[in-house]
Design a binder for this molecule. Structure first.
Ligand code: NAD
Length: 284
């Protein structure tokens, strides 16, 4: 019997734990965790994501600022906002919603976020710590960490598993690769440049699909008993959201599978909340 992984339920439980930590921080240290989310322009998906992040943070009792800029904002103005939040002791976490309009230099903006407030873990200091599997506290990609939480909810261990990740993005796939390697998995990354992708997908105990291609993966590409994590979010012409995996088809062979919507998506926001409180605790 296939388990359809209930990301909403696991995210709800994580949010409950985060709320308890927020209450404790307030009561014992007088600290209210604060997050500033920067949104540039009016990309419909980004507007929805940032609204959800803002509302969830408020619901959990945090301070939340949603700073909106028009799509033609200058690099200097966004940089100024980042410096402002870097210096604001009531803000522990700063996030820039991606993608940004082409005229902005994304790398410069991410690097401008103070590493101890870089809640998405994209600043090169934090990326380096993850890559080196350093001890100590540092934030990592919220989607990647959220996927690890899902995997730990359904699997006894990651060690020794063969994992194939489709896609090699800096935002999700590469940090996930590091997290998995750090837990002694054997990780293969495939992309548009890979010949015979099926060879790698069929050998995977855990298959993560982050390509952004609707229904890319079918059951004949998946190992019997595999755990399949669908990261893709594709909005179809009828406005329905679908993942990169044909879930109904792949369910016939997978042991565990995440649906879209309701799988990885809710975990990204819940992990963002979790990491905001982490940052408030680590840097108090
Ligand atoms: P991306 O869009 O930057 O890059 C896609 C990657 O997939 C590239 O490395 C490309 O080579 C590879 N790829 C594309 N088509 C392929 C194919 N046919 N075969 C093999 N490889 C292929 O990656 P991203 O930013 O990780 O986003 C991937 C998807 O995940 C998108 O749909 C995005 O919306 C979604 N996403 C979801 C969440 C979430 O919270 N659920 C978070 C981030 C991204």
């Amino acid at each position: 019997m296939t388990n359809v992984i209930n990301g909403r339920k696991i995210a709800k439980q994580l949010n409950k734990e985060t709320k308890t930590r927020v209450d404790k921080l307030k009561k014992e240290k007088g600290i209210i965790p604060g997050i500033a989310v920067i949104l540039v322009g009016d990309n419909p998906a980004s507007v929805i994501y940032t609204r959800n992040k803002h509302r969830t943070a408020e619901k959990l009792g945090m301070k939340s600022i949603l700073r909106k800029f028009p799509k033609d904002v200058s690099q200097a103005e966004v940089l100024q906002a980042i410096h402002h939040y870097n210096d604001d002791p009531t803000i522990h976490a700063i996030l820039i919603q991606l993608p940004l309009p082409k005229h902005l230099n994304q790398t410069e903006l991410i690097e401008a976020i103070a590493p101890e407030k870089d809640v998405d873990g994209f600043n090169s200091k934090n990326v380096g710590k993850l890559y080196n599997n350093e001890n100590g506290h540092y934030p990592v990609s919220c989607t990647a960490r959220g996927i690890m939480t899902l995997l730990h909810s359904y699997l006894d261990k990651i060690e020794g598993k063969n994992v194939t990740i489709i896609g090699r993005s800096i935002l999700v796939s590469r940090p996930l690769q590091s997290l998995l390697i750090n837990e002694n998995a054997t990780v293969t990354m495939v992309s548009l440049h890979t010949d015979n992708i099926d060879y790698y997908t069929k050998h995977a105990d855990i298959l993560v699909v982050a390509a952004g291609k609707p229904n890319l993966i079918k059951k004949d590409q998946v190992k019997l008993g595999a755990t399949v994590i669908d990261v893709g979010i594709n909005r179809m012409a009828n406005h329905h959201l679908v993942g990169d995996v044909d879930c109904d088809d792949v369910k016939e062979v997978a042991e565990n599978i995440t649906p879209v919507p309701g799988g990885v998506g809710p975990m990204t926001i819940a992990t963002l909340m979790q990491q905001t409180v982490d940052l408030a605790e680590w840097n108090k």
